[in-house]
Design a protein around this ligand. Structure first.
Ligand code: NDP
Length: 323
């Protein structure tokens, strides 16, 4: 038996229940691992509420790190005792789990389990957004919404290390300092200030080359007004609700803009690409371009409390659960 957090129906944080379940031996191509750290992500909230599809009951969580305890038939790349990390199928909020070996990477010795647990989903998201979706270069003007959040801070750090001029929006003064510290040259309190107006002032009317928007409904369509002609609107999440359907002609009116709605899971579907992205991320961490310290760690049984705080905009940075 292993302890897990399970949801039996969609709903608020209270549907996350601590339970004991049987863990079968790993199947062919699977690895069984004991978690040392489990990444908490906003996507876990979408799954819990039913905003993103999931078959109930389910164990939330797409990201974690731990130690291999058994391997299934045909698994050659991993063996018991290996330190590993993953982004992959649901099942993360657990003491131990089975997962496809294709989702795992070896965790470098110099990385802690906590780093491993936030590096995969959040770190690889920052990687593909900055390096594969819009390739950020020196001098680019970049706007990052929710710049003190988990993914937000990584975007600010890495984009500024790449030489971009980063502006971040945040929900409070305390978060403003955090986003500054993460590399945002300018920070906008978007609950109090008109962020389009502030972006115009900050960029002296030149506007941004790219907007990274994980906030969604609350910042749309204003995010488009922050873009220079031919700029790229990257809508990668919807913490405030989904972006509504809109007339594509809006992109022409706002300056021949590009818009994309990418997902990490498309990028990592090809194992070679997944490995290349992970190598690039590990390089950036080793060069000091990214700081993957966790902001807070909670026992697994407090998952509901963590979800409530995440939805109430009370968290900053990356959070892990520990079994
Ligand atoms: P965060 O730590 O960034 O938490 C979400 C933040 O969004 C809050 O702290 C808050 O910051 C901001 N926010 C704005 N409006 C709201 C609202 N109404 N309710 C709640 N939060 C709000 O979470 P993550 O780092 O886990 O994820 C960030 C975004 O990235 C999410 O939208 C997530 O879905 C997306 N994502 C997308 C991926 C992809 O491949 N497409 C992969 C990974 C993440 P503030 O108070 O500063 O406004």
């Amino acid at each position: 038996m292993v302890k897990v957090i399970r949801a039996h129906q969609p709903g608020g944080p209270e549907v996350l229940q601590l339970e004991d379940i049987d863990l079968p031996a790993p199947g062919p191509g699977e690895v069984q691992l004991r978690h040392h750290a489990i990444g908490v992500n906003y996507i876990d909230v979408y799954r819990r509420t039913g905003a993103y599809p999931a078959e109930f009951p389910f164990v939330p969580g797409h990201e974690g790190a731990g130690e291999v305890i058994a391997v299934g038939e045909g698994v050659k790349e991993f063996q018991p005792g290996d330190r590993v990390a993953y982004v992959g199928a649901l099942g993360g909020y657990s003491e131990a789990r089975n997962i496809s070996a294709a989702s795992l990477v070896h965790l470098p010795k110099s990385f802690s389990y906590a780093t491993g647990a936030v590096m995969m989903l959040k770190g690889l998201t920052a990687q593909y957004l900055l390096r594969r979706t819009f390739r950020v270069k020196k001098g680019h003007r970049v706007l990052v919404h929710a710049g003190a959040g988990g993914v937000g801070q990584l975007l600010c750090q890495w984009a500024s290390a790449l030489g971009a001029k980063v502006t971040a929006t945040v929900g409070s003064q305390e978060k403003a300092e955090i986003a500054h510290h993460a590399g945002a040259k300018h920070v906008i309190l978007y609950r109090e200030e008109d962020f389009v107006q502030r972006v115009r002032e900050i960029t002296k009317g030149r506007l941004c080359d790219v907007v990274y928007d994980g906030v969604g409904a609350a910042t749309f369509p204003a995010s488009l007004d922050c873009l220079a002609p031919f700029g790229m609107f990257v809508s990668f999440g919807s913490a405030s609700g989904p972006v509504p359907a809109f007339d594509l002609a809006l992109l022409a009116q706002k300056g021949s803009l590009y818009a994309t709605r990418p997902s990490l899971f498309t990028h990592i579907a090809d194992r070679r690409v997944y490995e290349d992205m992970t190598e690039d991320l590990e390089r950036a961490i080793k060069r000091g371009h990214l700081n993957l310290d966790v902001a807070a760690s909670f026992p697994l049984e407090e998952a509901a409390k963590v979800h409530a705080a995440l939805e109430a905009r009370q968290t900053v940075g990356s959070i892990v659960l520990t079994p």
